[in-house]
Design a protein around this ligand. Structure first.
Ligand SMILES: [Zn+2]
Ligand SMILES: [Zn+2]
Length: 141
């Protein structure tokens, strides 16, 4: 994950709105979901434009793209190195700040003598809301 904080970015209005909308949520939306949000503020924007701007913002390191299993890439305005957990019932993706990615890499380096360049770890589970709903049929995704 790239860390480039407080870098000066040339921000078009569209890009600014996309960034604002992503920063306003903790849901790790897909490009489609971002499009639905941004469209309310910029009705004439296209999905392709939203997608392109999300990619540009990723390239600049101000947002990150998540490698979470599923058909669509998800985006996160929090660029810190943190894990995610996905609910297998509703598809919700939450942040995990208690498990430390850097601690795991350090442990691997200490144990095997590798220089660790990165790793992927994805948690799956059933979110509190779905647990409460009990034996309800899983949503098809
Ligand atoms: Zn759920
Ligand atoms: Zn996150």
């Amino acid at each position: 994950m790239v860390k480039m904080k407080h870098k000066k970015i040339r921000m078009t209005r569209q890009r600014g709105v996309i960034l604002e909308e992503l920063r306003a949520v903790k849901t790790h939306p897909t490009a489609d979901e971002m499009y639905e949000k941004v469209k309310k503020r910029i009705p004439r924007i296209s999905l392709a434009t939203v997608y392109r701007n999300l990619e540009v913002l990723c390239g600049l390191g101000v947002i990150q793209k998540l490698d979470i299993t599923g058909r669509q890439k998800r985006f996160d305005a929090d660029t810190s190195n943190h894990y995610h957990i996905k609910c297998i019932k509703c598809g919700k993706v939450d942040d995990l700040y208690s498990a430390r990615p850097d601690a795991i890499e350090k442990a691997v380096e200490d144990h095997r003598g590798y220089e660790v360049l990165g790793h992927r770890l994805e948690f799956e589970g059933i979110c509190p809301k779905c647990r409460e709903a009990g034996g309800k049929e899983p949503d098809t995704q």
